[in-house]
Design a protein around this ligand. Structure first.
Ligand code: SF4
Length: 228
């Protein structure tokens, strides 16, 4: 299958939730200013995604071959057991919003703009997953991102980008020499159908991570992913 681009994805921001996360009291002067920035951001933002429906071709104990490219990760390999199709993707809040956020002169406005940018990226991922659910009748799914676990290091971004083709031309996301994505408010990964609940955070012991999506389960790796 050829990669598919959704541009733009809907812009979705939960303003009350965002104000709460920023510790801004509703009705305050700060709330007025933050809401003004949110309105500006929503008008400018053009989040987008490139994704590809790809097929698992073969497996070894610590790797899986998808559309001819090898992803080396024991956890990914086990998570894809019994599956044929996966969705590789790069989703971004877009260069338009990155330029707007970086252009904020005031320090506090810059901080809020960064949080708004992140919230728009989260909303874009929700819209993308909704699209997959509706288009491919996915019931439940989970995703893994290169670099989120030592088991699937950041260097695997190169394989993911190779699978998706010219990501920069398609949605403006560039992979730097140091394997970071520009604009930084971008996420990449493999999404797969699953009956089980899975989040990489379950295998990640990092304390006090602001983005944690599931509690750390110290026994899970040995129980499910250890070889032999
Ligand atoms: S806990 Fe934080 S660092 Fe660890 S996988 Fe989850 S989001 Fe990433």
């Amino acid at each position: 299958m050829e990669p598919i681009v959704l541009d733009p994805l809907p812009v979705e921001v939960d303003t009350p939730q965002l104000l709460k996360a920023l510790h801004i009291r509703a009705g305050s002067r700060n709330a007025d200013e933050a809401e003004r920035l949110i309105t500006e951001a929503v008008a400018i933002a053009r989040p987008k995604v490139i994704y590809k429906l790809a097929f698992v071709e073969s497996r070894s104990p610590d790797a899986v071959v998808v559309d001819g490219l090898t992803f080396t990760s024991r956890v990914l390999r086990v998570n894809l057991d019994g599956l044929n199709r996966v969705f590789a993707y790069v989703c971004t809040s877009g260069r338009e919003l990155a330029a707007w956020a970086e252009g904020q002169a005031d320090l506090l406005a810059r901080y809020w703009a960064d949080a708004i940018n992140q919230a728009i990226l989260r909303g874009a991922m929700v819209a993308f997953e909704r699209h997959l659910t509706q288009t491919y009748r996915l019931e439940r799914s989970a995703r893994m991102n290169p670099g989120s676990l030592a088991d699937w290091p950041l260097s695997q971004q190169r394989v993911l980008f190779a699978l998706l083709g010219d990501v920069t031309a398609a949605i403006g996301v560039e992979l730097t020499e140091s394997l970071l994505m520009v604009p930084t408010k971008s996420v990449s990964g493999i999404l797969f159908p699953t009956e089980e609940t899975f989040a990489s955070c379950q295998l990640c012991p990092r304390a006090a991570c602001p983005n944690r999506r599931a509690p750390y389960d110290a026994a899970l790796f040995d129980k499910k992913y250890r070889t032999g």
